[in-house]
Design a protein around this ligand. Structure first.
Ligand SMILES: [Zn+2]
Length: 455
């Protein structure tokens, strides 16, 4: 068994820091499916017409639908897969059976098989097995199970969650365990939600100075309990950043506030300006700034030039005092990212999601990184999912991949086992504790939960 070496035992047993998830809240996980259905409806994804938790959603509603579609599944078949009202489990699964056979060896497919085996005890997906798993899922969708799955089954130290909101508040279902990112994606995209901003800050934005004040007010309110700032605007615009003067940003703001069609150049001008203010505020409030780089989730719409980490060089050079966390190994521009991490002292690199996008390349990436960049700059894991059960599988993939990389280094004579163990500890935990103010964030959360005791 591969876990029988000292290195294997260390990697299996050490609590792993999870720097990136989009987890469902406790009430979404442990309640009925109604809030989820409502979210899906608002996102234009109708069809989850059942209030019961659903095993096919739990197994497949992660990243794997895009691989199924690439393998030939129709959008209708995928829709039926996730719609409990569309038929029994067997008939819904039948619509994707052939694409699934072609998909099960990808990283996403492997994760589905890991969920099936590790959570539900299924070696293959059979109608009877899935019915039993459905009953098990209903037991798991209870208060406290989300935390137990993540801390005890996945073996995580804590998770850092981007729930797409500015608000970062104590999560009473696990105040030390569930930490939150302050989302900056809309601002960096130049997509201003003036009404929400006013509701949140009390500032009615009509000039650039109002906007500057409103951005600062969001940090004032939420930075203390935030673990980081996060932006995934690489889904909607290029990561190319330019310094924008106030007069240019003010003109762009006026156009955006007027409503109606906004040209891309205008949106980018306002986005670059807001992005820069976000970086400055992150520095002021001692928060790392996480950025999506590389591959897009989904299918059929990835402008691949947008996503290179190399596009960020002007920003990295402009803010040497910031801490930038570049996510997902900028896949497939991973060599470029190694060069950037080697050159810019203000860059940390995060393997979140990378292990399931392309497990083989991620193992290779760790080895190339270790021989090029100081080993205090790499984070081993983030699952990047809504589902605690999927996070369990992604954590297994990360541990396996890391173990393979370090075992290969030992076999090649480049590391002793003791050295490999100390690198594993850094990548899994110590590097994250050095970059993020985890203890400070936890203390702020505890203080917010118990204001009376402080006073
Ligand atoms: Zn994500």
């Amino acid at each position: 068994m591969e876990t029988q070496t000292d290195l294997g035992r260390e990697i299996q047993s050490l609590a792993l820091v999870d720097t990136h998830e989009h987890l469902l809240r406790e009430d979404q996980w442990a309640g009925d499916n109604r809030t989820l259905i409502e979210q899906a409806r608002q996102a234009g994804k109708p069809g989850w017409g059942d209030e019961r938790p659903d095993i096919l959603q739990d197994l497949f509603l992660n990243y794997v639908p895009s691989d199924l579609e690439v393998a030939g599944a129709t959008k209708e078949a995928i829709q039926r897969l996730f719609d409990p009202a569309a038929g029994d489990i067997e008939s819904r699964f039948a619509g994707i059976r052939d694409p699934w056979e072609a998909t099960k060896f990808t990283g996403y497919g492997e994760a589905v098989r890991l969920i099936a085996r590790e959570i539900y005890g299924l070696d293959s997906l059979t109608p009877d097995g899935l019915e039993g798993a459905q009953r098990r899922l209903e037991e798991l969708r209870k208060p406290g199970e989300r935390l137990r799955l993540l801390s005890e089954v996945a073996g995580l130290d804590h998770v850092q969650i981007d729930d797409f909101r500015w608000a970062c508040e104590p999560d009473e279902s696990g105040p030390d365990f569930f930490l939150y990112d302050l989302s900056w994606a809309n601002f960096a995209n130049g997509d201003l939600k003036a009404e929400e901003l006013q509701e949140e800050t009390g500032i009615e934005v009509s000039t650039l100075e109002d906007l500057r004040d409103a951005l600062a007010a969001i940090f004032q309110r939420y930075a203390p309990c935030a673990i980081a700032v996060k932006a995934q605007h690489a889904y909607w615009r290029t990561l190319c950043w330019q310094e924008r003067q106030d007069d240019e940003a003010a003109r762009a703001l006026a156009v955006v506030l007027a409503g109606g069609e906004v040209e891309e150049a205008t949106r980018l001008a306002l986005g670059d300006w807001c992005w820069a203010r976000g970086v400055e505020l992150a520095v002021e409030h001692n928060l790392p700034f996480k950025l999506h780089t590389g591959h897009h989730a989904g299918t059929g719409n990835m402008p691949i030039d947008w996503v290179r980490a190399g596009n960020l060089c002007p920003l990295l050079a402009r803010y040497p005092e910031a801490r930038f966390v570049l996510m997902h190994t900028a896949y497939p521009y991973s060599d470029e990212l190694v060069s950037i991490a080697k050159h810019y002292p203000n860059v940390w690199v995060d393997l979140c999601w990378a292990w399931s996008i392309d497990p083989y390349s991620s193992t290779d990436f760790v080895r190339r990184f270790l021989h090029a960049v100081p080993c205090n700059k790499l984070f081993a894991f983030g699952g990047d999912t809504m589902w605690p059960t999927s996070a369990v599988a992604y954590a297994i993939q990360a541990r396996r991949g890391l173990q393979r990389a370090l075992e290969a280094e030992i076999a090649g004579g480049d590391l002793t086992e003791q050295e490999a163990i100390s690198i594993a500890r850094r990548l899994m935990r110590d590097n994250q504790y050095a970059c993020f103010d985890i203890d400070g964030t936890r203390a702020a959360i505890r203080a917010q939960l118990a204001p009376a005791e402080i006073a």
